[in-house]
Design a protein around this ligand. Structure first.
Ligand SMILES: *Cc1c(COP(=O)(O)O)cnc(C)c1O
Length: 362
């Protein structure tokens, strides 16, 4: 056997690496990034703050000031705490590791965020995917049956869901939280909360097994890598034992503390993107052969199917026209011929619409 066969787990060897396409020269609409930057005066002020950071020192791993600002400014109810992660991806990984008892299972609706299943696999947990209905709403009956059968230690509900954009019914979610009960935690992943304007954060005291997870990535700060999860201190202190002590670097910490003093700007950008989302929905709905699904996020899922044109060749046509979106058609049977596009500025949305119309016609 070779060195690699001797040491690397067979399930890891069988994996393809997470592929991030090179977007140089493209209109980049594949990753739900906020297209807007900060105003010039704020960028300068941030530069000054960053210049004063003691980069020779380790961070102070309690992150007390940043956590207090997050709790104070982002609606964490009194009496609840947060744990910070290097993006919410790291929080998902921390949760998986902490809950990886032998035989423990992870449950989530599919199609959903791929990291739930990947992180479960890395930690040696079995992943149970419960298909959504064809319109991408929750199949509550199937979810409750799967919970009764598998008793999952971890259940994920992305609110709204990626890659579909669906905002699940809050009543269904509450039933799921009750059904899981004391046997497991339910993570409500609110990565797109600024675009959904709906949240379970204020309901933390209602459900002892609820964790509300968020990130600043889709809000406009994907590059600084900062996620947080809110829950009771008793639960969070267990996850905090697994967290690498210096996981938030001093530059991220300083930038986040600064930006939390200017949430009005990020909120205004999110409001502009919500308006653009509505315009993009109307424009797309007017295109023959395009079906648009309702979205509470800063992206839209569309299905393209018309004479001779399908998801793959329309995606290829967009690439030829230097527009990069995401082809999710092979992710799950329910997503056949589906493409996911980030909502951007009026200019970039127009470039996308023109390229899409041309790709549908060719
Ligand atoms: C983008 C996304 C995340 C990941 O966020 P990071 O903080 O950038 O790691 C988490 N959950 C969902 C549903 C997402 O779409």
């Amino acid at each position: 056997m070779s060195l690699i066969e001797n040491i690397i787990r067979p399930d890891i060897r069988a994996l393809a690496a997470y592929h991030v396409p090179d977007s140089t020269g493209f209109v980049k609409l594949d990753a739900m990034e906020n297209p807007y930057t900060l105003p010039e005066d704020l960028r300068r002020e941030l530069g000054c703050r960053l210049a004063d950071v003691a980069m020779n020192r380790y961070p102070v791993p309690s992150y007390t000031a940043l956590k207090a600002k997050i709790c104070g400014r982002l609606g964490v109810p009194a009496g609840f705490d947060v744990v910070l992660g290097n993006g919410s991806d790291e929080l998902i990984s921390i949760i998986s590791i902490a809950c990886a008892k032998p035989g423990a299972k992870v449950l989530a609706p599919v199609p959903g965020f791929v990291m739930y299943a990947m992180s479960a696999q890395f930690a040696g947990l079995e992943f149970i995917g419960v298909p959504l209905k064809a319109d991408f709403t929750l199949d509550k009956t199937a979810m409750l049956a799967a919970i009764a059968r598998h008793k999952p230690a971890i259940t994920y509900l992305a609110y709204p869901n990626n890659p579909t954009g669906t905002l699940f019914d809050a009543g269904d979610m509450a039933e799921i939280l009750h059904a899981v009960g004391n046997a497991g935690i339910v993570i409500v992943d609110e990565a797109y909360q600024p675009f959904a304007q709906a949240s379970f954060m204020s309901r933390l005291s209602e459900f002892g097994n609820l964790i509300v997870m968020r990130t600043v990535s889709k809000l406009g700060l994907a590059g600084i890598r900062l996620g947080y999860m809110a829950a009771s201190s008793a639960l969070l202190s267990e996850f905090d034992k697994v967290r690498p002590p210096y996981n938030i670097n001093v530059l991220t910490q300083t930038a986040a503390e600064f930006l939390l003093e200017h949430t009005d700007i990020l909120d205004a950008q999110a409001a502009a993107l919500r308006e653009e989302r509505a315009k993009l929905v109307s424009a797309l709905s007017a295109l023959p052969g395009v079906e648009v699904f309702p979205s509470a996020a800063n992206f839209l899922l569309i299905r393209v199917q018309t004479a001779g044109r399908n998801g793959s060749n329309v995606f290829a046509g967009l690439l030829e026209r230097k527009v990069l979106i995401k082809n999710v058609g092979k992710m799950h049977a329910l997503l056949e011929n589906c493409l996911r596009v980030t909502v951007s500025t009026p200019e970039e949305n127009k470039l996308f619409l023109d390229a899409l119309a041309a790709s549908l016609a060719s």
